[in-house]
Ligand binder design. Structure first.
Ligand code: SF4
Ligand code: SF4
Length: 91
């Protein structure tokens, strides 16, 4: 099956507010990541913010987010079929 999974290890990525780090979000051209709050009841607590890979299917597997992440918190697992699909799209 063609699949792509983007995982962020939140024990390493511990941004506390939207303006912290977000290097992955800024470098990703297709805009796979978003910064969002995780607790609707507590919007003004900066510790509820996270960067999440909201749109993994837009990923072109350029690996720039992995390379730039200062915490080594991003892992992308991509199937062979998906890699072939991406190669076809870029040729
Ligand atoms: S590998 Fe590239 S396209 Fe995919 S999420 Fe990372 S920066 Fe974005
Ligand atoms: S680049 Fe790494 S540490 Fe920075 S927000 Fe993204 S996942 Fe977190």
């Amino acid at each position: 099956m063609a699949s792509i999974k983007i995982k962020v290890d939140y024990s390493k990525c511990n941004i506390e507010k939207p303006e912290d780090c977000t290097e992955c979000l800024r470098i990703c051209k297709p805009k796979v990541f978003i910064a969002t709050y995780m607790d609707k009841k507590n919007l003004f607590d900066p510790k509820v913010w996270r960067v999440i890979p909201r749109f993994p299917k837009l990923c072109t597997y350029c690996k720039k987010c992995i390379e730039i992440c200062p915490k080594n918190a991003i892992d992308i697992v991509i199937s062979e079929k998906y890699q072939k699909k991406l190669a076809q799209l870029s040729s």
